[in-house]
Design a binder for this molecule. Structure first.
Ligand code: SAM
Length: 343
C-alpha cells in the first residue's frame, strides 16, 4: 500500500495514468496542508460541532472563539478536501467523512482522530530527534495533560478488530488457565481471551494510567474476578510465574532492542515449561527485504513518540530463540506479524 493521489473524474484518472505529475514531490506538499487543516479542526473541536449541527461561519467562529475570516478559509478548505459539505452558506460534516465516523470501523477512526494532534506535536521535534537520537518517551513524559486520555481512547478504538483476529489465530493444545498480558493496555486482549476461555485468569502488566482505564473495561465486561493488573513499570514489578501463555502485543516497539531482550528473557522465566509466548507487532522486514509503507510509517511513529522503532521480525525471532524458545511459527494478520513459540 502507498499513499498518493486518487483521481475522481475520468479525466483526472487518465491524467494520473500518464505519470506526468511528479506525484512523489507534490504529495507531501499537498498533504502537509490537508493534514494541518484536519489537525486544526480537531484541536478546535470543529468536527464534533459540525457533526451534530449545520452552522454558518459566523456561528462556528463564535462557538470556537475564533476569527471569522480565518474560520471561513479553514471551513472552505476542509470542504474542498471532502471533510465538510456546504449548503446555503452553512457547513456540516460531509456524508463521506460521516461514513468513517459512524461505520463499522468508527471506534478506530475516532480513536485516531482524537490522538492525531498529540502525535503531530511530537513530530515537531523530529529533526532534533534524528540529530541527537534523544526522544522523551510519551508514556513517561506526557505530551499534554490530556494526551494519556487521548492515547487510551486510541488504544481502545484501534484494538477491536485485531483483538478478535488474534484470539482466532492463537491455538492451544489445552485451554489455557493462566495468561500474562505484558503491556496489556486497557485490557482489550485479556478480555477477549478470557471471553473465549472460560477458565482463564489473566494478569496484565502496565502503567497506572492504562490500568485505571483497563479496570473500567474489565468491570464493563463483568470479568473483575478473572483479570487483574500488576501496576507499574514492568522493569520494576514482580511478574509472578507459572503462566501457560504470555502475550506481548504491540509492546516490543515501545522498547529499545536491549530492553526487548530483557523482557523476552523475563517472559521465558515466567512461563511454565511448555508455555506459549505470542508476540504481535507490525511486520518489519529483515535487511535488504522491501520495506512496505506501513512498516516504515509505524517505525518512524514509534521513534518519534518513544525513541524506539518497529523491530524487524527476523530479529525478534532471533531474540526468542536466544532466550530458549523453540518451534517458532510466524503468522500474519493484515500488516502485523505474530511469532508463536514454546518454552
Ligand atoms: C501500544 S500499547 C499496547 C497495548 C496492547 N497490548 C495492544 O496490543 O493494543 C503499549 C502499552 O505499553 C505500556 N507500557 C509501555 N512501557 C511500559 C513499561 N515500562 N511498563 C509497563 N507498561 C508499559 C503502555 O502503558 C501501553 O499500555
Amino acid at each position: 500500500m502507498k499513499i498518493g493521489f486518487k483521481g475522481e473524474k475520468l479525466s483526472e484518472k487518465l491524467f494520473l495514468a500518464t505519470g506526468i505529475l511528479p506525484e512523489m514531490a507534490i504529495m507531501p506538499f499537498f498533504s502537509t496542508v490537508v493534514s494541518n487543516a484536519y489537525l486544526t479542526a480537531q484541536r478546535l473541536d470543529i468536527f464534533s460541532l459540525l457533526e451534530k449541527n449545520s452552522l454558518s461561519v459566523k456561528e462556528v467562529a463564535k462557538k470556537t472563539e475564533a476569527d471569522e475570516h480565518g474560520m471561513r478559509v479553514l471551513l472552505e478548505a476542509l470542504t474542498g478536501f471532502g471533510y465538510l459539505e456546504r449548503q446555503n452558506g452553512k457547513f456540516q460534516v460531509s456524508r463521506a467523512f460521516r461514513k468513517s465516523l459512524d461505520g463499522n470501523m468508527s471506534e478506530m477512526a475516532r480513536g485516531m482522530m482524537i490522538f492525531a494532534p498529540d502525535i503531530a506535536k511530537k513530530f515537531e521535534n523530529l529533526d532534533k530527534a534524528v540529530k541527537t537520537g534523544e526522544v522523551e518517551n510519551f508514556h513517561f513524559t506526557p505530551i499534554t495533560p490530556s494526551s494519556w486520555s487521548h492515547y487510551l481512547t486510541f488504544l481502545k478504538g484501534v484494538s477491536k478488530e485485531p483483538t478478535k483476529a488474534l484470539v482466532k489465530k492463537v491455538k492451544f493444545d489445552a485451554p489455557p488457565r493462566k495468561m500474562l498480558d505484558i503491556a496489556g493496555g486497557p485490557a482489550q486482549y485479556s478480555i477477549a481471551f478470557c471471553r473465549k476461555y472460560q477458565n482463564l485468569e489473566a494478569i496484565i502488566l502496565d502503567l497506572p494510567e492504562s490500568a485505571a482505564a483497563g479496570e473500567a473495561e474489565i468491570k464493563k465486561a463483568e470479568l473483575e474476578g478473572r483479570i487483574s493488573y500488576i501496576t507499574g513499570n514492568f522493569f520494576e514489578t514482580d511478574w509472578g510465574g507459572d503462566y501457560d501463555f504470555a502475550l506481548l502485543s504491540n509492546m516490543l516497539h515501545c522498547l529499545t532492542a536491549e530492553q526487548c531482550q530483557t523482557v523476552i528473557k523475563k517472559t521465558f522465566e515466567s512461563l511454565r515449561p511448555g508455555g506459549l509466548i505470542v508476540t504481535n507487532d507490525v511486520d518489519f522486514p529483515g535487511e535488504d527485504e522491501e520495506i512496505q509503507m506501513v512498516a516504515g510509517w509505524s517505525s518512524l511513529l514509534y521513534f518519534t513518540m518513544m525513541g524506539t522503532r518497529t523491530h524487524p521480525t527476523p530479529i525478534i525471532e532471533k531474540w526468542l530463540s536466544d532466550a530458549g524458545f523453540t518451534k517458532i511459527k510466524k503468522t500474519k494478520i493484515e500488516n502485523s506479524a505474530q511469532l508463536i513459540c514454546r518454552k
